[in-house]
Design a protein around this ligand. Structure first.
Ligand code: ADP
Ligand code: MG
Length: 319
Protein backbone atom coordinates (compact mmCIF):
# COMPACT_ATOMS: atom_id res chain seq x y z
CA UNK A 1 0.00 0.00 0.00
CA UNK A 2 1.36 3.43 -0.88
CA UNK A 3 1.25 6.34 1.55
CA UNK A 4 -1.42 7.94 -0.62
CA UNK A 5 -3.58 4.80 -0.57
CA UNK A 6 -3.20 4.51 3.18
CA UNK A 7 -4.37 8.09 3.76
CA UNK A 8 -7.21 7.69 1.26
CA UNK A 9 -8.42 4.44 2.78
CA UNK A 10 -8.26 5.23 6.49
CA UNK A 11 -8.18 8.98 7.00
CA UNK A 12 -9.74 10.83 4.06
CA UNK A 13 -13.30 10.65 5.42
CA UNK A 14 -12.87 10.22 9.14
CA UNK A 15 -15.46 11.82 11.40
CA UNK A 16 -18.70 13.51 10.45
CA UNK A 17 -19.01 15.65 7.35
CA UNK A 18 -19.04 19.31 8.40
CA UNK A 19 -20.30 22.05 6.13
CA UNK A 20 -17.68 24.46 7.52
CA UNK A 21 -14.85 22.33 6.09
CA UNK A 22 -14.36 23.98 2.70
CA UNK A 23 -11.46 21.64 1.83
CA UNK A 24 -10.42 18.57 3.82
CA UNK A 25 -7.82 15.83 3.32
CA UNK A 26 -6.13 15.73 -0.07
CA UNK A 27 -4.60 19.12 -0.79
CA UNK A 28 -1.57 20.84 0.73
CA UNK A 29 -3.66 22.36 3.51
CA UNK A 30 -7.24 22.19 4.73
CA UNK A 31 -9.54 25.20 4.47
CA UNK A 32 -12.05 25.92 7.22
CA UNK A 33 -14.86 28.47 7.35
CA UNK A 34 -14.50 29.50 11.00
CA UNK A 35 -17.94 30.52 12.37
CA UNK A 36 -18.34 34.29 12.20
CA UNK A 37 -17.48 36.17 15.38
CA UNK A 38 -15.94 33.15 17.12
CA UNK A 39 -12.46 32.76 18.56
CA UNK A 40 -10.42 29.68 17.58
CA UNK A 41 -9.29 27.40 20.41
CA UNK A 42 -6.27 25.27 19.48
CA UNK A 43 -4.66 22.39 21.38
CA UNK A 44 -2.19 19.63 20.51
CA UNK A 45 -1.04 16.56 22.38
CA UNK A 46 1.49 13.89 21.46
CA UNK A 47 1.26 10.26 22.53
CA UNK A 48 4.45 8.18 22.51
CA UNK A 49 4.06 4.39 22.69
CA UNK A 50 5.47 3.06 25.97
CA UNK A 51 5.34 6.50 27.55
CA UNK A 52 1.72 7.66 27.29
CA UNK A 53 0.20 4.20 26.91
CA UNK A 54 1.59 0.69 27.39
CA UNK A 55 3.21 -0.97 24.38
CA UNK A 56 0.64 -3.50 23.18
CA UNK A 57 -2.38 -1.26 23.85
CA UNK A 58 -5.21 -2.08 21.47
CA UNK A 59 -5.16 0.11 18.35
CA UNK A 60 -8.77 1.25 18.79
CA UNK A 61 -7.96 2.39 22.33
CA UNK A 62 -4.96 4.36 21.01
CA UNK A 63 -7.16 6.03 18.40
CA UNK A 64 -9.73 6.97 21.04
CA UNK A 65 -7.07 8.23 23.43
CA UNK A 66 -5.25 10.38 20.86
CA UNK A 67 -8.43 12.39 20.35
CA UNK A 68 -9.71 12.17 23.95
CA UNK A 69 -6.70 13.91 25.49
CA UNK A 70 -7.20 16.85 23.13
CA UNK A 71 -10.96 16.97 23.63
CA UNK A 72 -10.22 17.22 27.34
CA UNK A 73 -8.04 20.30 26.76
CA UNK A 74 -10.77 22.04 24.79
CA UNK A 75 -13.32 20.98 27.41
CA UNK A 76 -11.21 22.71 30.06
CA UNK A 77 -11.46 25.95 28.02
CA UNK A 78 -15.21 25.60 27.49
CA UNK A 79 -14.69 25.43 23.71
CA UNK A 80 -16.74 23.54 21.12
CA UNK A 81 -14.45 21.07 19.32
CA UNK A 82 -14.78 20.91 15.54
CA UNK A 83 -11.68 20.06 13.44
CA UNK A 84 -8.62 17.86 13.96
CA UNK A 85 -5.35 17.01 12.27
CA UNK A 86 -3.43 13.80 12.87
CA UNK A 87 0.33 13.39 12.53
CA UNK A 88 0.99 9.67 12.58
CA UNK A 89 4.40 8.00 12.79
CA UNK A 90 4.10 4.25 12.23
CA UNK A 91 6.74 1.51 12.43
CA UNK A 92 5.02 -0.41 9.60
CA UNK A 93 1.82 -0.57 7.58
CA UNK A 94 -0.44 -3.03 9.40
CA UNK A 95 -3.88 -2.85 7.86
CA UNK A 96 -5.64 -4.52 10.80
CA UNK A 97 -4.01 -2.04 13.18
CA UNK A 98 -4.89 0.95 11.00
CA UNK A 99 -8.50 -0.21 10.61
CA UNK A 100 -8.89 -0.57 14.36
CA UNK A 101 -7.05 2.69 15.13
CA UNK A 102 -9.24 4.66 12.72
CA UNK A 103 -12.38 3.04 14.17
CA UNK A 104 -11.47 4.07 17.73
CA UNK A 105 -10.69 7.62 16.63
CA UNK A 106 -13.86 7.81 14.50
CA UNK A 107 -16.12 6.59 17.31
CA UNK A 108 -15.12 9.45 19.61
CA UNK A 109 -14.93 11.97 16.74
CA UNK A 110 -18.51 11.08 15.85
CA UNK A 111 -19.69 11.62 19.44
CA UNK A 112 -18.27 15.15 19.42
CA UNK A 113 -18.83 16.21 15.82
CA UNK A 114 -15.10 16.43 15.04
CA UNK A 115 -13.95 16.12 11.41
CA UNK A 116 -10.39 15.03 10.56
CA UNK A 117 -9.24 17.64 8.03
CA UNK A 118 -5.58 16.76 7.49
CA UNK A 119 -2.36 15.43 8.89
CA UNK A 120 0.89 13.76 8.06
CA UNK A 121 2.00 10.14 7.82
CA UNK A 122 5.58 8.98 8.25
CA UNK A 123 7.54 5.89 9.25
CA UNK A 124 9.30 5.53 12.59
CA UNK A 125 8.57 4.51 16.21
CA UNK A 126 4.85 4.72 17.05
CA UNK A 127 4.07 8.36 17.90
CA UNK A 128 0.79 10.21 17.40
CA UNK A 129 0.12 13.92 17.49
CA UNK A 130 -3.42 15.21 17.25
CA UNK A 131 -4.12 18.89 16.91
CA UNK A 132 -7.67 19.83 17.75
CA UNK A 133 -9.36 23.09 16.84
CA UNK A 134 -12.59 24.41 18.21
CA UNK A 135 -14.27 27.70 18.84
CA UNK A 136 -15.99 29.84 21.43
CA UNK A 137 -17.31 33.37 21.78
CA UNK A 138 -14.48 35.86 22.47
CA UNK A 139 -14.00 36.56 26.15
CA UNK A 140 -15.89 33.48 27.39
CA UNK A 141 -13.06 30.94 27.68
CA UNK A 142 -12.39 29.23 31.00
CA UNK A 143 -8.83 30.03 32.02
CA UNK A 144 -6.52 28.64 34.69
CA UNK A 145 -5.90 32.11 36.04
CA UNK A 146 -9.26 33.27 37.44
CA UNK A 147 -9.41 31.59 40.87
CA UNK A 148 -9.76 33.90 43.90
CA UNK A 149 -9.54 33.25 47.67
CA UNK A 150 -12.87 31.93 48.93
CA UNK A 151 -13.72 30.14 45.67
CA UNK A 152 -14.71 26.49 46.04
CA UNK A 153 -12.72 23.75 44.30
CA UNK A 154 -14.66 21.07 42.41
CA UNK A 155 -13.76 18.00 40.38
CA UNK A 156 -15.95 16.00 38.00
CA UNK A 157 -16.32 12.24 38.07
CA UNK A 158 -14.05 9.83 39.86
CA UNK A 159 -10.39 10.84 39.98
CA UNK A 160 -7.91 8.02 40.50
CA UNK A 161 -9.83 5.37 38.58
CA UNK A 162 -7.73 5.65 35.43
CA UNK A 163 -4.42 5.53 37.32
CA UNK A 164 -5.65 2.45 39.19
CA UNK A 165 -6.71 0.92 35.87
CA UNK A 166 -3.20 1.43 34.51
CA UNK A 167 -1.73 0.00 37.72
CA UNK A 168 -3.90 -3.10 37.24
CA UNK A 169 -2.74 -3.47 33.63
CA UNK A 170 0.88 -3.13 34.75
CA UNK A 171 0.57 -5.48 37.72
CA UNK A 172 1.14 -2.78 40.39
CA UNK A 173 -2.38 -3.35 41.74
CA UNK A 174 -4.23 -6.65 41.97
CA UNK A 175 -7.87 -7.62 42.03
CA UNK A 176 -10.49 -8.96 39.69
CA UNK A 177 -14.13 -9.03 38.79
CA UNK A 178 -16.33 -6.10 37.91
CA UNK A 179 -14.20 -3.58 39.83
CA UNK A 180 -11.12 -4.49 37.82
CA UNK A 181 -13.04 -4.27 34.55
CA UNK A 182 -14.49 -0.88 35.49
CA UNK A 183 -11.12 0.64 36.40
CA UNK A 184 -9.35 -0.73 33.33
CA UNK A 185 -12.15 0.67 31.18
CA UNK A 186 -11.65 4.11 32.76
CA UNK A 187 -8.00 4.01 31.68
CA UNK A 188 -8.74 2.56 28.23
CA UNK A 189 -11.56 4.94 27.30
CA UNK A 190 -11.36 8.30 29.06
CA UNK A 191 -14.52 10.37 28.59
CA UNK A 192 -13.62 14.01 28.08
CA UNK A 193 -16.11 16.32 29.81
CA UNK A 194 -16.79 18.43 26.75
CA UNK A 195 -20.46 19.31 27.30
CA UNK A 196 -19.87 20.03 30.97
CA UNK A 197 -16.95 22.35 30.19
CA UNK A 198 -19.21 24.38 27.94
CA UNK A 199 -21.81 24.68 30.71
CA UNK A 200 -19.16 25.97 33.11
CA UNK A 201 -18.68 29.17 31.10
CA UNK A 202 -19.97 32.06 33.16
CA UNK A 203 -20.02 29.82 36.26
CA UNK A 204 -16.45 28.67 36.96
CA UNK A 205 -13.76 31.23 37.76
CA UNK A 206 -10.92 28.92 36.62
CA UNK A 207 -10.61 25.47 35.09
CA UNK A 208 -7.99 22.87 34.14
CA UNK A 209 -8.30 19.28 33.01
CA UNK A 210 -6.69 16.62 35.17
CA UNK A 211 -4.12 14.83 33.05
CA UNK A 212 -1.06 14.71 35.28
CA UNK A 213 -2.64 14.12 38.70
CA UNK A 214 -5.20 16.13 40.67
CA UNK A 215 -2.82 17.67 43.19
CA UNK A 216 -0.26 18.66 40.57
CA UNK A 217 -2.84 20.11 38.22
CA UNK A 218 -4.51 22.00 41.07
CA UNK A 219 -1.05 23.40 41.80
CA UNK A 220 -0.84 24.67 38.21
CA UNK A 221 -4.27 26.28 38.42
CA UNK A 222 -3.38 27.90 41.74
CA UNK A 223 -0.03 29.15 40.44
CA UNK A 224 -1.66 30.61 37.31
CA UNK A 225 -4.19 32.39 39.55
CA UNK A 226 -1.61 33.56 42.09
CA UNK A 227 -3.41 31.83 44.97
CA UNK A 228 -3.17 28.73 47.18
CA UNK A 229 -5.55 25.79 47.49
CA UNK A 230 -6.66 23.48 50.29
CA UNK A 231 -8.04 20.00 49.56
CA UNK A 232 -9.94 18.01 52.22
CA UNK A 233 -8.94 14.39 51.63
CA UNK A 234 -12.23 13.01 53.04
CA UNK A 235 -14.17 14.93 50.39
CA UNK A 236 -12.37 13.28 47.46
CA UNK A 237 -14.93 11.34 45.43
CA UNK A 238 -13.63 7.76 45.33
CA UNK A 239 -15.46 5.30 43.11
CA UNK A 240 -16.70 2.08 44.68
CA UNK A 241 -14.45 0.09 42.33
CA UNK A 242 -11.36 2.08 43.34
CA UNK A 243 -12.23 1.79 47.01
CA UNK A 244 -12.80 -1.96 46.71
CA UNK A 245 -9.47 -2.77 45.04
CA UNK A 246 -7.12 -0.18 46.48
CA UNK A 247 -8.52 0.48 49.99
CA UNK A 248 -9.14 3.95 51.37
CA UNK A 249 -5.57 5.22 51.81
CA UNK A 250 -4.19 3.97 48.51
CA UNK A 251 -7.37 5.05 46.71
CA UNK A 252 -6.74 8.61 47.89
CA UNK A 253 -3.17 8.38 46.63
CA UNK A 254 -4.43 7.34 43.21
CA UNK A 255 -7.01 10.16 43.27
CA UNK A 256 -4.48 12.84 44.24
CA UNK A 257 -1.36 11.71 42.42
CA UNK A 258 -2.48 9.45 39.57
CA UNK A 259 -2.74 10.83 36.06
CA UNK A 260 -4.88 10.14 33.01
CA UNK A 261 -8.21 11.08 34.62
CA UNK A 262 -9.26 13.69 32.06
CA UNK A 263 -11.76 15.04 34.56
CA UNK A 264 -12.32 18.79 34.95
CA UNK A 265 -10.95 20.54 38.02
CA UNK A 266 -12.48 23.98 38.49
CA UNK A 267 -13.22 26.75 40.93
CA UNK A 268 -16.55 28.43 41.60
CA UNK A 269 -17.19 31.65 43.57
CA UNK A 270 -19.61 30.91 46.46
CA UNK A 271 -22.21 33.18 44.82
CA UNK A 272 -22.22 30.96 41.71
CA UNK A 273 -23.05 27.71 43.53
CA UNK A 274 -26.69 27.76 42.46
CA UNK A 275 -25.63 28.35 38.84
CA UNK A 276 -23.29 25.36 39.14
CA UNK A 277 -26.11 23.16 40.45
CA UNK A 278 -28.15 24.22 37.41
CA UNK A 279 -25.30 23.42 35.02
CA UNK A 280 -24.67 20.07 36.70
CA UNK A 281 -28.36 19.13 36.69
CA UNK A 282 -28.79 19.69 32.95
CA UNK A 283 -28.83 16.47 31.01
CA UNK A 284 -25.77 14.30 30.65
CA UNK A 285 -23.54 16.20 33.04
CA UNK A 286 -21.27 14.02 35.18
CA UNK A 287 -21.33 14.21 38.96
CA UNK A 288 -19.07 16.86 40.43
CA UNK A 289 -17.92 17.24 43.99
CA UNK A 290 -16.56 20.08 46.10
CA UNK A 291 -13.16 18.97 47.43
CA UNK A 292 -11.75 22.13 48.95
CA UNK A 293 -11.25 25.83 48.56
CA UNK A 294 -8.97 28.53 47.27
CA UNK A 295 -7.01 30.51 49.86
CA UNK A 296 -4.63 33.43 49.85
CA UNK A 297 -0.98 32.46 49.53
CA UNK A 298 0.75 29.86 47.39
CA UNK A 299 0.76 26.10 46.83
CA UNK A 300 -1.56 23.17 47.55
CA UNK A 301 -2.22 21.72 51.00
CA UNK A 302 -4.07 18.48 51.65
CA UNK A 303 -5.88 18.08 54.95
CA UNK A 304 -6.60 14.58 56.25
CA UNK A 305 -8.59 13.62 59.35
CA UNK A 306 -5.42 13.70 61.44
CA UNK A 307 -3.57 16.65 59.99
CA UNK A 308 -1.80 17.50 56.81
CA UNK A 309 -0.91 14.87 54.17
CA UNK A 310 2.05 14.90 51.77
CA UNK A 311 1.26 16.48 48.41
CA UNK A 312 2.03 14.25 45.43
CA UNK A 313 3.81 16.03 42.62
CA UNK A 314 2.25 16.07 39.16
CA UNK A 315 3.72 14.13 36.29
CA UNK A 316 6.63 15.87 34.60
CA UNK A 317 8.41 14.31 31.62
CA UNK A 318 11.68 16.04 32.43
CA UNK A 319 11.89 15.81 36.22
P1 ADP B 1 2.28 17.11 1.68
O1 ADP B 1 3.45 16.31 1.21
O2 ADP B 1 1.87 18.20 0.75
O3 ADP B 1 2.39 17.57 3.10
P2 ADP B 1 0.98 14.67 2.26
O4 ADP B 1 1.26 13.70 1.16
O5 ADP B 1 1.74 14.59 3.52
O6 ADP B 1 1.03 16.12 1.63
O7 ADP B 1 -0.57 14.58 2.63
C1 ADP B 1 -1.55 14.56 1.63
C2 ADP B 1 -2.88 14.92 2.23
O8 ADP B 1 -3.25 13.93 3.18
C3 ADP B 1 -2.89 16.25 2.97
O9 ADP B 1 -4.16 16.83 2.80
C4 ADP B 1 -2.69 15.84 4.41
O10 ADP B 1 -3.28 16.79 5.28
C5 ADP B 1 -3.43 14.51 4.45
N1 ADP B 1 -2.91 13.57 5.46
C6 ADP B 1 -1.70 12.98 5.52
N2 ADP B 1 -1.60 12.13 6.56
C7 ADP B 1 -2.77 12.18 7.20
C8 ADP B 1 -3.30 11.55 8.36
N3 ADP B 1 -2.59 10.68 9.09
N4 ADP B 1 -4.54 11.86 8.73
C9 ADP B 1 -5.27 12.74 8.00
N5 ADP B 1 -4.87 13.35 6.91
C10 ADP B 1 -3.61 13.09 6.49
MG1 MG C 1 3.10 16.06 4.52
Amino acid sequence: MTEFELIERYFARLGPRRTDVALGVGDDAALIDVPAGQQLAVAADTLVAGRHFPVGTRADDIGWRALAVNLSDLAAMGATPAWATLALTLPEVDEGWLESFAAGFALLAGQHGVALVGGDTTRGPLVLTVQLLGYLAPGTALRRSGARPGDLVYVTGWPGDAAAGLALLEGRLSGGGAARAALEERFRRPEPRVAFGQRLKGVASACIDVSDGLAGDLGRLAAASGVGAVVRAQELPLSRALHALAGEARAREFALGGGDDYELLFTVPPAARAALAGAAASSGAPACHCIGEIVAGRGVRILGERGELPVPRGWDHFS
